[in-house]
Write a protein that binds this ligand. Structure first.
Ligand SMILES: O=P(O)(O)OC[C@H]1O[C@H](OP(=O)(O)OP(=O)(O)O)[C@H](O)[C@@H]1O
Ligand code: HPA
Ligand SMILES: [Mg+2]
Length: 182
């Protein structure tokens, strides 16, 4: 029987490496936000696994909220348009917001979300992404907290999908090109 693993060319980050990366980011956040409270906005669906692991390493109070914004359909490249599919539940006015993403690729999603959040008058907004793929950047975005700089390959696992699949792989792998070019 064919398994998800058969579609993976190689493992880029093991569970252990991901744990270390998450811990490194959390340590920075704990240092920067000591004595404050955080309003953590997870971007559905890709960020949820990273989000769940990250918040458990943060030692200041964290309020949870989520947004769904989609720029990708079935393909492996961005369509350019960002659409809000689910908005925040609460106001972020006067709050210290951290936007939590799994990956920054073209930067379109995060740059759109950053502008959108800033218009709601939070006390501060920072961007946090587990993965950064700078080679594919189309718009400039400054990511404040990054776990790993990744090569220009299509990645899946630990929340990242292709065609809604592979999100539940516990590691991050490079998807075999024949899976998305066929
Ligand atoms: O920098 P960009 O080129 O904008 O790409 C990054 C975004 O694309 C993916 O989400 P997607 O829109 O595919 O939805 P998902 O999180 O539900 O997988 C990923 O989770 C980021 O949110
Ligand atoms: O490499 C990727 N994998 C999955 N989803 C993505 N969205 C942007 N880049 C990627
Ligand atoms: Mg996403």
């Amino acid at each position: 029987m064919k398994t998800m693993k058969d579609d993976i060319q190689s493992v880029l980050y093991t569970e252990e490496q991901l744990r270390e990366g998450v811990k490194r980011i959390a340590d920075e956040i704990n240092r920067d936000y000591a004595g404050k409270e955080i309003y953590a906005i997870g971007i559905l669906k890709g960020a949820i696994i990273f989000y769940a692991d990250l918040v458990r390493e943060i030692n200041v109070p964290v309020s949870f909220d989520f947004m769904a914004a989609s720029s990708y359909g079935k393909g492996s490249t961005s369509s350019g348009a960002v659409k809000i599919l689910k908005d925040l539940d609460f106001s972020i006015e006067g709050k210290h917001v951290i936007i939590i993403e799994d990956i920054v690729d073209s930067g379109l999603t995060l740059s759109y979300l950053l502008k959108n959040m800033e218009s709601r008058h939070p006390a501060s907004v920072k961007l946090c992404a587990l993965l950064n793929k700078p080679e594919r950047r189309e718009v400039d975005v400054k990511v404040d907290y990054v776990g790993f700089e990744v090569p220009n390959e299509f990645l899946v696992g630990y929340g990242l999908d292709y065609d809604s699949k592979y999100r539940n792989l516990p590691y991050i792998g490079i998807l075999k090109p024949e899976v998305y070019t066929k």
